[in-house]
Ligand binder design. Structure first.
Ligand code: SG7
Ligand code: ZN
Length: 262
């Protein structure tokens, strides 16, 4: 599975050019070894405070689809948990596999999930724009949520319904009033956190990862709609299904994964 992912990444145009893996010491994603994670009693509850009114559009960027939020003000923010500052929500996206047997970027005791949600936030106390924060050590906070196959997710369905409109790379449609909190699991108090990187170029080591212990359930049919998206633009002759858009796992290199729970 991992080879399939690596292959996709190597073949994908986004991975060509100067932005190759910097080979740093805190790259993502990683395998979370549950019994090696360290309970930290000082970790606070996470307090997302999102305004659905900041939701603006969906964009197929040729790697995933991004649900983008207006981040010119502090209206949709994340604080608490391992974070000292306020982090503004700018977008969320997913990674998924061609089958339900794999697709997540992070794993838990080597267990793979069919998909993983990433909610991307940048530090608005220290920086003024995402582009600035992405280059800095404490610039970004990404919440990761694993998706499992089960019953249909009603909140996600609103999104699934508009995906056919962004089937091709570079297509964008207006998408408003979507509450990102509806995609979080019921229990957000239990999470793992570690210092890592973006999993796509520029792969900068700017991310405080917050990985939810509890997964959310989506139906097979909902994930099938993700898989009907394309890596390719409408002009390209050979169309390629958007699947296996995950990065291979990276070495832990002495990092500690902390948990908010015992
Ligand atoms: C940055 O990292 C951007 C995103 C990218 C994300 O937010 O580079 O890409 C663009 C074009 O906005 O998201 C799916 C994707 O390409 C990757 O973030 S992640 O580390 O959470 N996977
Ligand atoms: Zn991601």
């Amino acid at each position: 599975m991992q080879e399939a992912g690596e292959y996709t990444m190597k073949m994908h145009p986004m991975w060509q050019g100067p932005l190759v893996a910097p080979g740093g010491n805190r790259q993502s994603p990683i395998d979370i070894r549950v019994r090696k994670s360290v309970f930290d009693p000082h970790l606070k509850p996470l307090t997302p405070d999102y305004d659905p009114g900041t939701c603006s559009q969906i964009w197929n960027n040729g790697y995933s689809f991004l649900v983008e939020y207006d981040d010119t003000t502090d209206k949709s923010i994340l604080k608490g948990g391992p974070l000292e500052d306020n982090f503004r929500l700018c977008q969320f996206h997913f990674h998924w596999g061609e089958s339900n047997a794999w697709g997540s970027e992070h794993t838990v005791d080597r267990r793979l999930f069919p998909a993983e949600l990433h909610m991307v936030h940048w530090n608005s106390n220290k920086y003024s724009r995402f582009e600035e924060a992405v280059m800095e050590e404490n610039g970004l906070a990404v919440i990761g949520v694993f998706l499992k196959i089960g019953k249909r997710h009603e909140g996600l369905q609103k999104l699934v319904d508009v995906l056919p409109a962004v089937r091709h790379k570079d297509s964008v449609v207006e998408f408003t009033r979507f509450d990102p909190a509806c995609l979080l699991p019921a229990n957000i108090d239990d999470y793992w956190t570690y210092a890592g990187s973006l999993t796509t170029p520029p792969l900068t080591e700017a991310v405080t990862w917050i990985i939810m212990k509890q997964h959310i359930e989506v139906s097979h049919d909902q994930l099938a709609v993700f898989r009907s998206l394309l890596f390719t633009s409408a002009e390209e002759e050979v169309q390629k299904s958007m699947v296996n858009n995950f990065r291979v796992q990276q070495p832990l290199r002495g990092r500690t994964v902390r948990s908010s729970f015992t």
